[in-house]
Write a protein of this length. Structure first.
Length: 221
């Protein structure tokens, strides 16, 4: 019997706790887009999108859909006071100019050195670069939000990426449905595990060697 893994929304909820108040934050396609639904209380950030918007709200409800207000993944956004709109080239200039404090990206693989691969599946022979390469090098902090393994249960946290790289040594934190892993100069450190999962069980589904934090705890929400 397989153990239960955390749902995508819980991954997003955990990532939201990492966002400092007032930060400019870019959310990638997939699980990262859910993060905007889970800010707590006075925790306020300015969400940025390559589509040319700054300071948007959570994902829109069905009755709130505005076809002129979408994120990079084509999802509808909720309007909030103080939103700013601009061209896509200005949005990329903000990224390349170092004005994005945090980006949250999905991944196909993350290496123990913090290398990121998230734009191409070699077996399919196609990919979509999008803004991920700019964000990987332009954002001050890169957080990866993803499932711990692929559909064949193969590790996505690996020793070396075998897929084409998006960026080298750019990832600082990995949040999955099993664990929270910090990338340090001395290797990967397992900080948190999902409920009812042990460090050994997480390691068995991880190719990279994990150092277990002395204060290892259950997923903090």
């Amino acid at each position: 019997m397989q153990k239960e893994r955390l749902p995508r929304d819980v991954i997003a909820m955990r990532v939201a706790k990492e966002l400092p108040a007032g930060a400019v934050v870019n959310l990638g396609i997939g699980i990262p887009t859910l993060v905007s639904n889970y800010l707590e209380g006075e925790q306020s950030v300015l969400y940025h999108s390559e589509s040319g918007v700054l300071n948007y709200g959570p994902l829109a409800e069905e009755h709130e859909k505005d076809y002129d207000l979408i994120n990079a993944g084509g999802q509808f956004l909720r309007w909030v006071p103080g939103m700013a709109f601009f061209s896509s080239d200005e949005a990329f200039a903000m990224i390349r100019g170092g004005h994005v404090e945090v980006t949250v990206l999905g991944a196909l693989q993350v290496s123990e050195h913090g290398d990121l691969a998230n734009w191409m599946l070699p077996q399919r022979g196609v990919g979509n670069i999008g803004g991920a390469m700019d964000l990987a090098v332009g954002a001050k902090r890169v957080i990866v939000a993803m499932e711990h393994t692929d559909r064949q249960n193969r590790p996505k946290v690996v020793k070396e990426c075998t897929f084409p790289l998006t960026g080298k040594g750019c990832v600082s934190l990995v949040v999955t449905d099993l664990a929270v892993i910090e990338v340090t100069p001395d290797g990967m450190v397992l900080r948190e595990v999902a409920p009812d999962w042990s460090a050994a069980e997480v390691q068995s589904l991880t190719e990279a060697k994990l150092q277990v934090a002395p204060d290892l705890r259950e997923y903090e929400l």
